[in-house]
Design a protein around this ligand. Structure first.
Ligand SMILES: CC(C)(COP(=O)(O)OP(=O)(O)OC[C@H]1O[C@@H](n2cnc3c(N)ncnc32)[C@H](O)[C@@H]1OP(=O)(O)O)[C@@H](O)C(=O)NCCC(=O)NCCS
Length: 402
């Protein structure tokens, strides 16, 4: 192996930034490094060292993630995973993943971990399951709503960033605990989420801020003019509303901005906008993976969320990477309260911990995972009943990449 692993101290920070930028084919940027420093607890960031040089890194950030029926729960949000080119395929990532997941278990920290994957084939081997998807949405300007839509009478106004941010933040803090997949945000995480320096804009306009009495939206404009007139695109960064009318009002506003040809939005996979539209086919959509979830301690994780129905099943769980989860477990949900305990009873279902991670946010059906051979049913009916119990009321959505 020839390398060592440890958590970082302040003197390591510049090397850590250099590893991450090299891993992502970027150039180190001192301004970015300074801007992002408040996002990290260095004693939760691991570095891998060889001959005194840092060659790999992975960070845990401390956040809450809203789970179905359970509200916000502490989660280890994993980020800044990278190995320097030239040091790859020698097990550096595997040692980082082990240090993180075993460390969380040994320290009794967060019961589950979440991440966005740069490539879809990296994290399954470590027991992460694909738990949520986002929709890459595109709707032409002016697309009409169906006749029953009520946008209410709340005024929609464009305001300055200074006016918008405190209002948006307070509103987000009311709404996020009720939406599966939403994360808590510190001030630094807000700054990062809505970072608006020239280098953050990718050639688009600065952010524009829209307030409604019960919602807000943030967007940029991508400028384009064609032979037949404006082809500008309105790129929505975030749209959050406390109720359906505010939601419709904000969408209506964004869809009617003059000189825009197309609205673009990385939104939730079940964004109701599809059904707001009179002609849903106008919404062009492509789904992609968003959150991957890893149950660190499956008993603590599964008792921390709500369930759609009662269930009583014995699970035979495999988990090569975190062997303390590999056992037979009885999951019992009665009147909303879940219990999970080790048993020796005959199992009703056999599955890998990654399938439980995939189903954890209520957006990936266990029946679908069984179709993909991640789950085997041994007692007829057990799959259907657990699949239903695990579903969320709406598909999970994580509105930010971290
Ligand atoms: C992805 C990355 C961190 C992997 O690091 P690494 O040290 O080469 O990984 P390891 O040597 O520990 O690989 C462990 C296993 O994962 C596989 N693997 C690693 N990277 C992979 C990838 N990008 N796609 C598919 N499989 C991958 C390896 O082949 C190996 O498989 P094996 O156990 O069957 O031999 C590294 O390639 C990297 O920094 N990539 C660019 C930045 C990035 O994408 N980071 C992830 C951000 S979410």
């Amino acid at each position: 192996m020839g390398f060592t692993i440890r958590t970082l101290v302040e003197d390591d920070y510049q090397s850590f930034c250099a590893v991450v930028s090299a891993a992502f084919l970027g150039d180190p940027d001192p301004a970015d490094a300074a801007f992002e420093r408040p996002l990290y607890d260095l004693d939760r960031v691991h570095g891998v060292f060889e001959d005194g040089e840092m060659i790999g890194s992975a960070a845990v950030t401390t956040r809450d993630l809203t789970v179905p029926g359970g509200g916000p729960r502490p989660t280890a949000a994993i980020t800044s995973v990278g190995v320097r080119p030239g040091h790859r395929r020698r097990g550096v990532l595997t040692s980082l993943m082990r240090a993180q997941l075993h460390g969380l278990h040994d320290g009794g920290r967060e019961a589950f971990a979440v991440l966005w994957a740069s490539e879809g084939s990296i994290y399954g081997r470590y027991g992460y399951g694909l738990a949520a998807q986002f929709t890459d949405l595109s709707v032409p300007r002016g697309a009409a709503f169906h006749r029953g839509v009520d946008v209410g009478d709340g005024a929609v106004r464009e305001v300055s960033r200074e006016e918008a941010l405190p209002v948006a933040r307070a509103l987000y803090e009311r709404v996020a605990p009720t939406r599966a997949g939403y994360l808590s945000r510190t001030g630094a995480e807000w700054e990062q989420h809505l970072a608006d320096g020239e280098r953050h804009r990718g050639g688009l306009s600065k952010y524009r801020y829209v307030l409604h009495p019960r919602g807000y939206a943030v967007y940029r404009v991508k400028f384009a003019w064609g032979d037949r007139g404006p082809e500008n695109e309105l790129h929505v960064r975030e749209l959050v509303a406390e109720d359906d009318r505010a939601y419709a009002a904000l969408y209506r506003y964004l869809l009617d901005v003059d000189l825009v040809a197309e609205l673009k939005f990385y939104t939730g996979s079940e964004d109701p906008v599809l059904h707001l539209l009179h002609n849903p086919r106008l919404a062009r959509r492509a789904n992609r993976d968003s959150l991957w979830v890893r149950l660190v301690d499956l008993d603590r994780a599964l008792t921390g969320r709500g369930y759609l129905s009662d269930v009583d099943v014995v699970l035979d769980v495999t988990d090569e990477f975190c062997p303390w989860n590999a056992d037979r477990w009885r999951l019992t949900v009665r009147e909303g309260a879940a219990g999970v305990r080790r048993v020796t009873d005959e199992p009703d279902l056999r599955l890998d911990v990654g399938a439980l991670g995939a189903a954890f946010l209520g957006g990936t059906r266990l029946t679908t995972l069984a179709g993909a051979q991640f789950v085997r049913e041994r007692t007829p009916g057990a799959l259907r009943s657990l699949s239903h119990a695990l579903l969320g009321e709406v598909a999970p959505h994580c509105p930010e990449v971290f």
